[in-house]
Design a protein around this ligand. Structure first.
Ligand SMILES: C[S@@+](CC[C@H](N)C(=O)[O-])C[C@H]1O[C@@H](n2cnc3c(N)ncnc32)[C@H](O)[C@@H]1O
Length: 146
């Protein structure tokens, strides 16, 4: 399982017990250090974290080294994913993608690009920011039989 934009590894570490290996990528190196400490404190040994821009870390060589993920979770900032990252995801072709977003507008833009290979199976808005117009939105995507 890959967890892009992992922050301090909250999602990666939460699902780690159900995975052979989890791989988190986050650009803030202090957050990556915290993710590693969180893994150690929770006795999680199958999580690896990498510091850097997803666009630069998630290369074909990286995918070869870590394997094609069964599930890829992505939780980008409000700007959404860089078009180059969307292209890499299309090449990687993980069977399932979970796209967590705090900005449905950029998420819709990215889902529109991902629909080249993916169907959106489920969408679940979550009111994480009550009394504001903001909403967290989670989408489950499945790779289409091509
Ligand atoms: C919405 S938060 C996700 C937090 C995390 N998934 C969690 O549940 O705590 C987005 C994260 O992406 C990181 N980030 C922003 N741009 C990035 C980039 N280009 N490459 C890697 N990480 C990035 C931010 O530092 C932030 O931690």
């Amino acid at each position: 399982m890959y967890d892009l934009y992992t922050g301090i590894g909250s999602i990666a570490l939460y699902v780690a017990s159900q995975c052979r290996q989890v791989v988190g990528i986050e650009e803030i190196s202090a957050a990556v250090e915290d993710a590693r400490i969180n893994a150690e404190r929770n006795g999680i040994r199958n999580a690896r974290f990498y510091a850097g821009d997803v666009k630069q870390i998630l290369t074909p060589e990286f995918a070869l080294e870590h394997g094609r993920p069964d599930v890829l979770i992505t939780d980008p900032p409000r700007a959404g994913m860089h078009p180059e990252v969307v292209r890499i995801l299309l090449e990687l072709s993980a069977p399932r993608v979970v796209y967590v977003s705090c900005n449905p507008a950029t998420q819709a833009r990215d889902l529109n690009l991902l629909q080249e290979k993916y169907d959106v199976l489920k969408v679940r808005p979550v009111d994480m920011f009550p009394h504001t117009h903001h909403i967290e939105n989670v989408a489950l995507l499945q790779l289409r039989d091509l």
